[in-house]
Design a protein around this ligand. Structure first.
Ligand SMILES: Cc1cc2nc3c(=O)[nH]c(=O)nc-3n(C[C@H](O)[C@H](O)[C@H](O)COP(=O)(O)O)c2cc1C
Length: 211
């Protein structure tokens, strides 16, 4: 069995661009083989706890020496870590919130990065080494090279770096930009560019999922 871990993070359910694109990817990917299966995690339905000091220190302490607090914190964290380690491929979707990512996704990242285990190994490998990683992003504005807020995009480079820290060596990022153009009167001149961005993202998702 080849399993894809599909993680969604938009607080919007109906009409979410990142969720829709990720669902398109998962659907096409599933058709690539009868042995394929998707493990789905919605970070807004089961939000990971913020990383606690007990959970953080538990990862560096032998289980037999855990305090009660460390054991219980480690249990919740372990479920997320094992889910990531068990996956053969990762699909991560994220909207841009306040120039970065949803806080539930940040909490997930803080939980799954464990030095010397999922990341930061001496040989540079990690939980995602050798696994295809597809990241599907949406953002209301435009952050392309030369645009006024190009340097404000702390969503895309951040996620790439986090995934690289987890050892990923096959990362494909797809982004639909200007998603607010059709609802924000100030962006009326950008509706065409938004449609193009979405169409390009849909093509990229289809291509990657079928690869
Ligand atoms: C809480 C919140 C914060 C947002 N912050 C930004 C932002 O900083 N920059 C931006 O371009 N769009 C921002 N947006 C717009 C979203 O990125 C955009 O609507 C995107 O399509 C949301 O993804 P979704 O359709 O998958 O929910 C924000 C939206 C919300 C709800």
């Amino acid at each position: 069995v080849t399993s894809l871990l599909h993680v969604d993070s938009s607080i919007r359910h109906d009409g979410s661009t990142s969720r829709t694109l990720a669902a398109q990817f998962a659907q096409t990917w599933l058709q690539g083989g009868a042995d394929r299966t998707v493990v789905y995690r919605d970070l807004t339905v089961t939000p990971p706890p913020h990383l606690s000091w007990d959970a953080f220190t538990a990862a560096m302490t032998p289980a037999g020496d855990h305090t009660e607090e460390q054991s219980s914190a480690a249990k919740a964290r372990e479920e997320l870590i094992v889910e990531l380690e068990s996956a053969d491929a990762l699909l991560l979707s994220s909207p841009m919130y306040n120039y970065s990512i949803p806080s539930a996704l940040k909490a997930w990242i803080d939980n799954v990065i464990v030095m010397s285990r999922t990341a930061g190994r001496p040989d540079g490998t990690g939980a995602l080494t050798g696994k295809p990683v597809t990241v599907v992003l949406s953002r209301g504005g435009g952050y392309g090279p030369g645009t006024p807020r190009a340097a404000w995009n702390h969503q895309e480079a951040y996620l790439r770096h986090v995934l690289e820290a987890l050892g990923a060596d096959d990362i494909h990022i797809v982004a639909a930009e200007l998603t607010l153009a059709s609802s924000n009167p100030a962006m009326v001149g950008l509706v065409g560019a938004a449609e193009e961005s979405l169409a390009a993202a849909e093509r990229a998702v289809a291509g990657r999922a079928a690869a």
